[in-house]
Ligand binder design. Structure first.
Ligand code: PPS
Length: 309
C-alpha cells in the first residue's frame, strides 16, 4: 500500500494549463458531469435513435472498454489477424467525436451515417442514455472494473489527456471520485444502474478482472452472446493479439492517426493493465474510507468486485 499520499499540484476543473494545452472544466448536462465536448452535442446524444441491430459497449471510464472493443473486433473477424491489423477504424463513442473524426464534427452525426449493424461505445449511466437503446432492446455489453483500479487509471488518464480536466493531487482526485465529482459523475450510480438490468437477456456483463484472469474464456462467453462461434485457432489468435503487451506494442501501429486526433498515444493510454495497481496509490487510511464507501454503496446489489488476482 502506498504511503506517499499526494504528488501532483492543482485542482479539478480549474482549467489549468498542462504543457502547452488548456485543460477543460467539467460542465453539467442534466445533472451529469461531462466534458464540454459532450455538452456541445447533448441534445443530439439524448435524442439519439438506436437501431434494433445496434450493439452498445457501455462502461464507466477506465473499465476496459477499448480492450473490449478489440475483443469484439477479433470475434467479428473470426480471429483473422491480418484482417484485424488492416482495420484502421475504432469503435466510435457516442459522447465524443474522437477518435474517428475531427474533433469539431459531432459524433452523433457521424454515427447516424454509419451503416448497420453498428457498434457504439457509451459512457453515460442508464439515467442519461437515449431511451431508444433500451426500448429497441439493443444488445448492450457492460464492462465493469473494481473502483479502486478505475480511480487510479482515471487519475493517470487525467494527467495526459487534454479532454480531461486537471486532476489535482491524487488525494483530491480520489475525494472527487468518491463523491462523483468527475466526468460521468458517480461510478457507484453507473454500475448500480446497469447492474439493475442484468436479468434482461440483451444485457451482458464482462468484468475486467475476469478478462485479465482468462481472456479466452470471457471472449468465448462474449462470442456466444453475439451468436458467434470461434475455432480454437481463432481464439488463440484473439488471446495473443489482445494481451496487454501486444496491445501496448501494436495499437499505435494499427491506428496510426490516433495520437494526432486524441492528443495521446495508445502507449500512454494502455498504461499498466493490472488488477491491484491501486495498492501503489492508496494510503491505508484512504483504503479504509474507500472500503466503507464500497460496502455502503453496493450493499444489497449482489455486485462483488475482485481487487487482486
Ligand atoms: S476509456 O478511456 O474509458 O475508454 O478507458 P478504458 O478503455 O475503459 O480503460 C483503460 C484501461 O484499460 C487498460 N487496458 C488493458 N488492460 C489489460 N489488457 C489489455 N489488453 C488492455 N487494454 C487496455 C488500460 O491499460 C487502462 O487501464 P490502466 O490501469 O490505466 O492501465
Amino acid at each position: 500500500m502506498s504511503s506517499q499520499g499526494d504528488h501532483k499540484p492543482g485542482s479539478v476543473g480549474k482549467g489549468a494549463a498542462v504543457g502547452e494545452h488548456e485543460k477543460p472544466e467539467l460542465v453539467m448536462a442534466d445533472g451529469l458531469l461531462v466534458p464540454p465536448i459532450t455538452l456541445r452535442q447533448w441534445e443530439e446524444i439524448k435524442n439519439f435513435q438506436a437501431r434494433p441491430d445496434d450493439t452498445f459497449i457501455a462502461s464507466y471510464p477506465k473499465s476496459g472498454l477499448v480492450w473490449t472493443t478489440q475483443v469484439m473486433e477479433m470475434i467479428q473477424l473470426q480471429g483473422d489477424v491480418e484482417a484485424y491489423k488492416a482495420n484502421k477504424k475504432l469503435v466510435p463513442f457516442l459522447e465524443f467525436s474522437i477518435p474517428n473524426v475531427e474533433i469539431s464534427m459531432p459524433a452523433v452525426k457521424m454515427i447516424n451515417n454509419l451503416p448497420s449493424p453498428r457498434v457504439i461505445n457509451i459512457h453515460s449511466p442508464i439515467s442519461h442514455i437515449s431511451k431508444s437503446i433500451l426500448e429497441k432492446k439493443c444488445k448492450v455489453i457492460c464492462v465493469l472494473r473494481n473502483p479502486k483500479d478505475v480511480v487510479v487509471s482515471y487519475y493517470h488518464f487525467h494527467t495526459f489527456s487534454n479532454i480531461a480536466p486537471n486532476p489535482g493531487t491524487w488525494s483530491e482526485f480520489l475525494q472527487n471520485f468518491m463523491i462523483g465529482k468527475v466526468a460521468f459523475s458517480s461510478w457507484f450510480d453507473h454500475v448500480k444502474g446497469w447492474w439493475s438490468l442484468r436479468k434482461q437477456p440483451n444485457i451482458f456483463f464482462l468484468f475486467y478482472e475476469a478478462m485479465k484472469k482468462d481472456l479466452g474464456y470471457e471472449a468465448g462467453r462474449l462470442a456466444s452472446f453475439l451468436g458467434r462461434d470461434l475455432s480454437p485457432e481463432a481464439m488463440k489468435n484473439l488471446v495473443e493479439q489482445l494481451s496487454f503487451n501486444s496491445m501496448k506494442t501494436n495499437m499505435d501501429e494499427k491506428i496510426p492517426n490516433f495520437k494526432t486526433v486524441a492528443g495521446f498515444s495508445f502507449k500512454q493510454f494502455i498504461r499498466k493493465g493490472q488488477v491491484g495497481d491501486w495498492k501503489n496509490h492508496f494510503t491505508v487510511a484512504q483504503n479504509e474510507v474507500m472500503d466503507q464507501l464500497i460496502a455502503d454503496q453496493l450493499k444489497g446489489t449482489s455486485l462483488d468486485f475482485c481487487y487482486e488476482l
